[in-house]
Ligand binder design. Sequence first.
Ligand code: GLA
Length: 690
Amino acid sequence: MAQPTRTTGQGLGAVTRGRLLFGGDYNPEQWPPETWPEDVRLMREAGVTIATVGVFSWATLEPRPGAREFGWLDTVMDLLHDAGIGVCLATPTASPPPWLGARHPETLPRDEHGSVVWYGSRNHFCASSPAYRDHARRITEDVARRYGSHPALRLWHVNNEYGTACWCDTTARHFRTWLRQRYGSLAALNEAWGTAFWSQRYDDWDEIIPPRRAQYLINPTQSLDFRRFTSDALLECFTAERDIVAAHSPHVPVTTNFMPLFAGLDGWRWAAEEDVVSVDVYPDPAVAHDDPAGPAHGALVQDLTRSQARGPWLLMEQAASAVNWRPVNRPKDPGQLRLWSLQAVARGADAVCFFQWRASRQGSEKFHSAMLPHAGEHSRAFRRVRELGADLAGLSEVAGTEVTADVAVLHDWHAWWASQQPGRPSAALDHARLLAAWHQALWEENLTCDLAHPEDDLSRYRVVVVPHLYLLTDASLDRLTAHVHGGGTLVCGFFTGVADADDRIREGGVDARLRRLLGLTRVEEWWPLGEGETVHLDDGTSASLWAEDLEPAETTETVAAYADGPLAGRPAVTRASAGRGAAWYVSTLPERPALRALLARAAHAAGVRPVLPGLPPGLEAVRRGQSLFLLNHRPEQVTVPLHHPHTDLLTGHVHAAEVTLDRHGVAVLTPTPTPPQKESRTCDEGVSSP
Ligand code: GLA
């Protein structure tokens, strides 16, 4: 799998300059100029170090074709610079002005039905449109030329949350070019797509179209290739703008902000094209405290982003409190903002930024919270923002440090896309939800994990976890085999290794190499479960969603068997030895505590220990560099014993024997130097030095 290849600038260190960044999207064009000095004053009060400017400024910068209105941005850049605030400057190409759509309707995307997606909102561009690309190139060029050497400029932010797909005729032509490159010949395409089925054989490239609205199920490989193509077409837009800004300021790194765990882009491929990886994270504050889905989701996105970045990354956007796009938008509890922000830092973020600085009074997001809320500078919400700025300023020694993991959770967008096709054994099977369920089990056990692409070199991990990868390439299967044969542990979830890269079912239903590794002679039949249906296992636990009729090899151990239902007595969870390693197979979705226990057991057998043992679920522990982050997501106060004195970087307090965390409490502990002890204790006995 591609490694990050970009080394234009000095990377993230050039942006952060040794401290954690704090700031947010700043949209001064929505406000009269008299507001700007007040913005800057309050930013300084809050400890803001970076402002993201210009994300949606195209129509202000270019009010009519070819016009340039840079005066306001000159003033804003200078104001910020004079206040010591760095600028993350956006290319404004996410939201083309109405004149572009009106004069060049071919720049507007069309949906699967062929309907135009009109302007009047944002993100209304067809990535394949030459007119869009040309206008985006010109405004990017002029912005980059004008501000490329501005002293406030720290980071380029290209576009915003790429993700618009299009099914128009221009896209169709572009798709054909992409397919020619992938397959070389129509015969190869027909073979890969299995067009002998339902009389779908193509005789001419021009017959091929994007998977538009059709009478019944669309060819799944055509749909899969279209997802691949769409990601690549958008990536061409990103790299074109990236190269323009980089040419004007070779030492300024470039990023684009990802949506969290977003299905539309191949996040591994994209991250490899960025200097710095950034993401927007919006966990739901409405989750109950005995169901920590909010922070667990945050942790998943943060671990994924750190893995994409292969090191520290930027939290480009989060909400200060409520968002405005859920059916019910609950504000964050007091304390949740700090807790979740520091969770991102614990998991590798070198910046904590927001959408947005000042709450809008007009437009579609006027009910979205902001650092500076409608209630103003004397509000409790703004006080919390200021306090967070002060906390981050005290954590400079964390900036740039690494989080290390012995466990890798495998994730691949192509497998996700292939698994999203209709016509499968169960429509309830959801790649992202399975990924989240397995990750949450590890998170609750405080087993730090990276995410990895299945074609990555996995040799640095002791345990590799595959929640669900319906599609596995030959190269991935080689990696998994090498991992287990080399002494690693694999824990593999159900309905994995079923299809090849063309979404063709592997011979035998599951790839023979994987079956060999897992010690399975055959998977006889898939046995999806109905909504709300559970099965019991003979270890006293229950499971849902899916079951399988397995035929294990003679030497394979049955860890747990189905205890009731049509598969009663058949193996549900198995363990096999292969080479020097071990491979577990989990043919169903265990209930939450059972999945946790299973992963803890497999990790323990592989010699992998939690960051701290014995912590209750929801008390999160992460080591980053020399610092141990303790984050309390539980509803009650928790006391953690310490076996060495530790200093809390947030408060400066030295904790000799224990640290108590209130609800939403956080401690960032570093070992306090002490005279040598006679007897040293191990990590298993409590908090010890990293
Ligand atoms: C995304 C966008 C922002 C804003 C927020 C609202 O992250 O990038 O412009 O719309 O969502 O939550």
